[in-house]
Design a protein around this ligand. Structure first.
Ligand code: PRT
Length: 107
């Protein structure tokens, strides 16, 4: 995937920060607190995303989604996984290519 994708760029930065100084890097601080803490943060951000969606808070939904994706990237990196692993799973799932074909087909 192209490095110009903001998620790929953020993922690359996160990887460089994992073993960094917790005093200066939020990612390093989170990583030093362990997988369970990172997973907890993902859960919290997911709940905040849901709350924004139910309140029809469009600005909040975008902001909370960014927080959720950021923390999910930290969790994946901590587990030695990446966006490409998720992309591969999405591609593997039956029906996904069919959906893409349908979306590309002119009505
Ligand atoms: N995209 C983000 C990003 N999104 C959200 N956050 C942080 O996520 C935290 C969420 O806030 P909370 O109030 O829920 O958490 P908290 O009170 O700070 O911490 P907890 O005690 O709850 O764990 C905030 O501290 C935000 O700054 C982020 N921190 C860093 N980045 C990017 O990650 C990269 C690496 O950052 P550093 O590791 O700080 O260098 C850089 O490109 C940053 O821009």
């Amino acid at each position: 995937m192209a490095d110009t994708d903001p998620l790929d760029q953020l993922q690359a930065v996160i990887r460089t920060r994992l073993g960094g100084d917790p005093a200066t890097s939020y990612v390093a601080k989170l990583h030093s607190r362990g997988r369970a803490k990172i997973a907890q943060k993902v859960g919290e951000e997911a709940v905040e995303t849901v709350i924004a969606a139910i309140a029809d808070d469009r600005e909040g939904l975008v902001s909370e989604s960014a927080d959720l994706l950021f923390h999910l990237l930290v969790l994946l990196a901590d587990a030695g996984l990446s966006l490409d692993d998720v992309r591969a799973e999405l591609h593997r799932r039956e029906g996904l290519s069919g959906i893409a074909e349908k979306a590309a087909r002119p009505r």
